[in-house]
Design a protein around this ligand. Structure first.
Ligand code: HEC
Length: 298
């Protein structure tokens, strides 16, 4: 599951933007020696295909750089009862992400429900979650594994392909049991950079302008589907685009679409798409409502 997330939770367009931001972050970190730890990134300069209101910037935290400059919060110890990537209890040293953000972010600039926190790893893997979840559940950024069987080093994580990887330089974990589902909460390892980006900037045309009416469907889609499917070119490519050249709700009847999403094997015996039995019919209806809406929002 974890490897699958790493491979496919991938936004083509977004990746390009983030890569640029990452480089920009590094460049700004290398070229000026200011005491100001915040690297402000002018996203709108980099994304000519996104329609943005002026002044909507993102923020980028290059953790390795902050660590070098001793600008990370002071470290403490944390026990995770059952780490989903190790499958056992782990003891870590690190800091709560909120401590870092509180010292550097002016939240008035970001609406927590309308902003994404992106986690960018050294191999380009990117995952994200709403800022509001980060503020409420306060994940912990690990700088050292205190429960490694071979002393000072990090215990390696086993990927699904059997490859063992060391999670350094940073690994992010969640203390709450409600956040141990890796399909819903990112547990990024090899973490290097954390960005905060307004949703519209992060998701461009896939983001519903009327987020009150279609926001639930969008978030469900983002968490469960976007890693494989793209909407107006935003999202993954393992599965077919759901908007081009023809929009999926044009040629699927509502009820059948719902049945297909719930369990594709009832339509195709060897479907590569996983079933969505963990979602309720209400969730699936929200997703379809979002899909129907996003067709007309150009
Ligand atoms: C692991 C990747 C993956 C995920 C996650 C995924 N899908 Fe799919 N989806 C596919 C693939 C691949 C296909 C093509 C048919 C097949 O091989 O199963 C597909 C087909 C579809 C189709 C049919 C498209 C057509 O034109 O016939 C729809 C609709 C769809 N997916 C919607 C969704 C929704 C909604 C979600 C989230 C609840 C979702 N998918 C999650 C991979 C995925």
């Amino acid at each position: 599951m974890v490897v699958y997330m790493r491979c496919f939770f991938y936004f083509d367009q977004l990746q390009r933007i983030l890569l640029l931001c990452f480089c920009l972050g590094l460049v700004s970190a290398c070229t000026h020696n200011s005491k100001e730890p915040r690297n402000t990134v002018e996203y709108e300069d980099l994304t000519d295909n996104h329609e943005l209101a002026s002044g909507q910037n993102g923020l980028s935290f290059v953790l390795t750089e902050l660590q070098e400059k001793n600008q990370l919060p002071s470290y403490q110890k944390l026990t995770i009862k059952k780490d989903p990537l190790y499958g056992k209890k782990k003891i870590f040293k690190g800091f709560y992400l909120r401590q870092l953000l509180d010292s550097m972010v002016d939240y008035k600039k970001f609406q927590p429900l309308q902003s994404q926190v992106m986690f960018i790893c050294s191999d380009g893997y990117t995952s994200s979650i709403e800022l509001t979840e980060v503020l409420n559940k306060n994940p912990f950024v690990v700088v050292q594994d205190l429960s490694s069987p071979d002393g000072g080093k990090w215990e390696k994580i086993k990927q699904q392909n059997g490859k063992m990887v060391s999670p350094e330089p940073f690994y992010m974990v969640w203390e709450q049991e409600s956040a141990t589902d890796v399909r819903k909460y990112p547990w990024p390892y090899n973490l290097v950079t954390i960005d905060i980006i307004p949703n519209q900037l992060a998701y461009g045309k896939a983001y519903p302008k009327d987020s009150k009416l279609y926001g639930d469907g969008f978030y469900l889609f983002k968490r469960n589907c976007m890693s494989c499917h793209n909407i107006h070119n935003v999202g993954g490519s393992l599965g077919p685009s759901l908007t081009s050249p023809r929009h999926v709700t044009d040629y699927w009847k509502h009820d059948e679409l719902l049945a297909f999403i719930k369990d594709p094997t009832t339509f195709r015996p060897n479907a590569k798409m996983p079933s969505s039995r963990h979602l309720t019919d209400k969730d699936l209806k929200e997703i379809i409502k979002y899909l129907e809406h996003i067709k007309i929002q150009k």
